[in-house]
Design a binder for this molecule. Structure first.
Ligand SMILES: Cc1cc2nc3c(=O)[nH]c(=O)nc-3n(C[C@H](O)[C@H](O)[C@H](O)COP(=O)(O)O)c2cc1C
Ligand code: SF4
Ligand code: SF4
Length: 249
């Protein structure tokens, strides 16, 4: 079973690609939908579980680790992890390995896939042509990961630098504490009240009030709302103005 979480489409794309490369007959589950419809049901799979997620602060997103911690997995007990990232995953594998041990899952390795950066609230994001080139470059890596999974092999261990260890251990909690907040989003006059941002938010954090989106306090900074708005009507603090939006539809 392939289970993915995705804010702006990269991890969904990689999950679909891996799923079809390993046979295509496996079940594919969007954590985004599970969160919206209610968590808590056990997940059972004859084949290994393959978790595909973005990288948030050099680790898997906290909402994904919470989901793994609180869900019962039955059938196969092997777990592969594929993390899409804009640059690197630091020492994420160590934390995921611990989580697997805690949940009785056999850790089958973690592979990083560099995809277009989506963190418009902090960094520059690529334009369409640059994004296409990055995805094209990532394709052989995705196919190779799928091959390992198909053959039931452990994924090769990735090199972790000292800086990577520091980012995943020390910077991750600081990053969550000071940067992940819904407070900076606002809407401009370009909004046409289509409601797409409401539908895209995996945490049901957006409501349309008198035709305009309003953000609540539950936000994981996935960037789906700001990048998925068809009118580019959403901005974040003074960070996003004039930047291209990145959303892989
Ligand atoms: C909140 C947040 C934190 C991020 N942190 C990292 C990071 O630590 N390292 C990295 O390389 N990319 C980071 N990124 C970039 C994303 O991991 C990357 O673009 C990913 O492919 C997005 O996947 P998605 O489109 O499935 O949401 C971050 C993005 C967001 C929104
Ligand atoms: S997606 Fe954009 S245009 Fe549609 S309601 Fe949300 S902010 Fe407005
Ligand atoms: S409010 Fe926007 S950034 Fe925050 S979780 Fe919802 S869609 Fe993602």
């Amino acid at each position: 079973m392939v289970i993915y979480f995705s804010g702006t489409g990269n991890s969904r794309y990689v999950a679909n690609m891996i799923n079809s490369a390993i046979g295509g007959d496996d079940e594919i589950v969007a954590l985004n939908d599970l969160i919206k419809t209610g968590l808590g049901k056990p997940l059972v799979s004859e084949k290994p579980f393959v978790f595909v997620t973005p990288t948030y602060g050099w680790r898997i997103p906290r909402l994904v680790s919470k989901f793994i911690r609180e869900t019962d997995f039955g059938g196969n007990n092997k777990a592969y992890f594929v993390m899409t990232c804009g640059d690197g995953t630091g020492n994420a594998a160590a934390y995921v390995k611990e989580l697997c041990a805690e949940r009785g899952l056999v850790f089958m390795g973690l592979a990083s896939v560099v995809m277009p950066e989506n963190y418009i609230a902090m960094f520059a994001v690529p334009d369409k042509a640059q994004a296409e080139a990055i995805i094209e470059k990532a394709e052989p890596g995705m196919r190779s990961i799928a091959e390992y999974i198909k053959n039931g092999q452990q994924l090769p261990t990735e090199t972790v630098t000292l800086a990577g260890r520091f980012l995943s251990s020390v910077v991750n909690p600081i990053f969550y504490r000071f940067f992940i907040s819904a407070k900076g989003f606002y809407v401009t006059e370009k909004c046409v009240a289509c409601g797409k941002c409401v539908r895209l938010c995996p945490l049901n954090n957006i409501q349309l009030l008198e035709g305009k989106p309003e953000w609540g306090g539950e936000c994981t900074h996935c960037m789906a709302c700001i990048c998925g708005c068809p009118e580019e009507a959403i901005e974040y603090k003074n960070k996003s103005k004039g930047k291209p939006r990145y959303y892989l539809g």
